[in-house]
Ligand binder design. Structure first.
Ligand SMILES: [Zn+2]
Length: 374
């Protein structure tokens, strides 16, 4: 059967590859699902893989079949596949597979701390831009008939949904967080899906993006009941003045300097969600004093934070009483608290060159789509 593949490491190597049709036996335990591919979304991630910025072939192959945003129909299932997945069903398969980290073991491989990722169509596993694929039923999700036309958007939708879900999850600690205004930066596929997610949460919606009207995606934002502003006509600060302050700002521009502008205008107790993947070397001058002062002033003004600090201090005092012998260690710990740089490096810490150790995996998370637009 035909497949679209690249030779990882060789820029511009995209080509047609002939590969054997997969079979149910490729999956152990009778859990195989054979799927005929109907649609595959191609995005910035695929473009970057073809540019040899990242991506790796499965062991034993010198090519990688690309494509991670998929939609297909089930042809055949193994004996141990749940009856929610049957021939004829529409399905979408997920992208990342569990590695060795604890997160993968509990189905949260999107939070993996592993350095090596297994992602179909991206790293070490073949993708879906081919005629058929076979997959373990654990990673295959049935879709109702009604989603036939939009099912291929499921994977990018998870990027938008994850961002917004986690914003709410983080703010649950505030007990009464009631966001009202959302700003979405960028209006590519991810930006639009974020706009949709924000509207579904009942938020006032503003989308700031580069293109000027007339622009189809601006019309779509307005159809959702939002306001579209071109960054050629107004800065984020202007927009915030008019439509803010924003309780939720989600970035999907692929233009990293904007996140510092966003940090400057974020409303009180607001959340800034970063989902752009920026593999480049762009540098930005930031108003660090102003950003720090603003965030810091907010913390100081927050009684809860003060209370929390008091609690921590009294805990420390109690521990001090309990273990006078451990005094030098406690002093060390206090110093660590004051200066986060003093503690030992953890796997998630930025590397000395300033790039996050997770960069690689994040870049593969499929959030890259709309840099084409930006
Ligand atoms: Zn994608």
């Amino acid at each position: 059967m035909k497949a679209i593949a690249v030779h990882p490491g060789k820029p511009g190597s995209i080509h047609l590859e002939y590969v054997p049709k997969p079979s149910l036996d490729d999956i152990p335990g009778g859990r195989g699902v054979l799927v005929k591919v109907l649609r595959v979304g191609v995005d910035g991630t695929d473009k970057e893989i073809n540019a040899a910025e990242y991506g790796a072939a499965p062991p034993g192959d010198d090519f990688l079949i690309i494509g991670h945003e998929n939609f297909g129909t089930v042809e055949e299932v193994g004996p141990n596949v749940p009856d929610t997945i049957r021939p004829g069903n529409y399905v979408v398969a997920s992208v990342r597979r569990p590695g060795s980290s604890l997160y993968g073991k509990i189905g949260l491989q999107d939070f993996t701390t592993d350095d090596v990722y297994y992602e179909r169509g991206i790293n070490l596993l073949h993708g879906y831009l081919t005629e058929y694929y076979v997959e373990d039923s654990d990673f295959v999700f049935p879709l109702p008939e009604t989603l036939r036309e939009v099912g291929v958007l499921l994977e990018p939708t998870t990027v938008a949904e994850k961002g917004i879900n986690h914003a709410y999850e983080i703010q649950r600690r505030l007990k009464i967080w009631q966001p009202r205004r959302a700003a979405i930066l960028g209006s590519g596929t991810i930006g639009l899906l974020m706009a949709l997610a924000a509207r579904l949460r009942g938020l006032e919606l503003t989308v700031l993006s580069l293109p000027q009207k007339p622009y189809r995606n601006a019309d779509l934002v307005e159809e959702l009941g939002g306001v579209y502003v071109s960054s050629a006509d107004a800065t984020l600060a202007d927009v915030s003045e008019e439509r803010g302050p924003f309780d939720l700002i989600m970035d999907a521009t692929g233009f990293s300097p904007i996140i510092w502008e966003a940090a400057e205008v974020l409303g009180k107790n607001g959340v800034l969600v970063l989902s752009s993947i920026t593999g480049g070397e762009r540098k930005a001058e930031i108003n660090s004093d102003r950003i720090n002062q603003k965030l810091r002033a907010r913390q100081q003004g927050d009684g809860r934070h003060g209370e929390c600090r008091t609690r921590r201090l009294s805990q420390r005092r109690r521990r001090l009483d309990q273990g006078r012998g451990a005094l030098p260690r406690l002093a060390e710990e206090a110093a660590d608290d004051a200066d986060p740089g003093a503690r030992e490096l953890r796997p998630d810490d930025p590397r000395p060159d300033g790039r996050s150790r997770r960069d690689q995996g994040l870049r593969r998370s499929g959030a890259k789509r709309d840099w084409l637009d930006a």
